[in-house]
Write a protein that binds this ligand. Structure first.
Ligand code: SF4
Ligand code: SF4
Length: 222
């Protein structure tokens, strides 16, 4: 993303913002920070000012743009349905190019490159959620071939509060007689966090790896 592309792709969208403020009660970052820079309206104004050349990308703008959750709740309350989340995502690419992104966004990309998951855990522990199912063999749901691949995802794989999701889902699919398999340590992050980190060009390697592994499994469904 560069300024010319940002202007071409998003100026019409950001110009729809009338600064009415109807979105403010919906925005979780405004609810906490109570500053204009933490509102959808403020983020849109900054995007527009950068596109129009009134402001240069800066650390202050980056703080506003990178604090957006990308929840999309603002668009739900917005009469012209301004896609603030999409604008913020595009802004982030520009800010990464200008090296104004927060350090944690660089760490995220490094972690995905090195560990292939968002938490920096040993990727071979992706299937540890199976320990929640009593009496299950350690390598349960791992097969050489299956009709269906179950792509569990980083959060459900590694975060204890979410691990019950794959544990329950796998039991339901198993009892329904579905022929499915997990990729275990061969599953890598899908790359979605890189979109939010303004680095979508780094997703390709992750996507290709996962597609290759699913293809090896001869999965018909994902
Ligand atoms: S984003 Fe929508 S609701 Fe929020 S200030 Fe702009 S036009 Fe109003
Ligand atoms: S997408 Fe960003 S700006 Fe919109 S409501 Fe969510 S946190 Fe606020």
């Amino acid at each position: 993303m560069n300024l010319v592309k940002l202007r071409k792709l998003f100026y019409e969208e950001v110009a729809k913002c009338t600064r009415c403020g109807f979105c403010l009660p919906n925005c979780p970052t405004y609810a906490v920070q109570r500053t204009e820079a933490a509102t959808p309206r403020g983020r849109n104004a900054l995007t527009r000012a950068v596109i129009e050349g009134q402001l240069e990308p800066s650390a202050e703008i980056a703080a506003s743009i990178f604090s957006c959750f990308g929840c999309g709740a603002c668009t739900q309350a917005c009469f012209p349905a301004v896609k603030t989340r999409d604008l913020v995502t595009a802004d982030r690419e520009l800010l990464v190019k200008a090296e104004l992104h927060p350090r944690i966004m660089a760490k995220l990309a490094e972690s995905l490159n090195e560990y292939h998951n968002i938490s920096g855990d040993d990727n071979d522990e992706r299937g540890d959620w199976r320990e929640l199912i009593r009496g299950l063999p350690e390598d349960a749901f791992e097969k050489d071939r299956a009709e269906m691949a179950y792509f569990v995802g980083c959060v459900a794989s590694f975060f204890p509060l979410a691990q019950r999701i794959p544990a329950h889902a796998a039991q339901v699919m198993d009892r329904a007689g579905l022929d499915f398999a997990i990729l275990g340590g061969q599953e890598w992050c899908c790359g979605f966090p890189l979109l939010g980190a303004g680095q979508p060009e780094k997703m390709g390697r992750l996507i290709e790896h996962n597609l290759d592994k699913v293809a090896e499994l001869v999965a018909e469904l994902l």
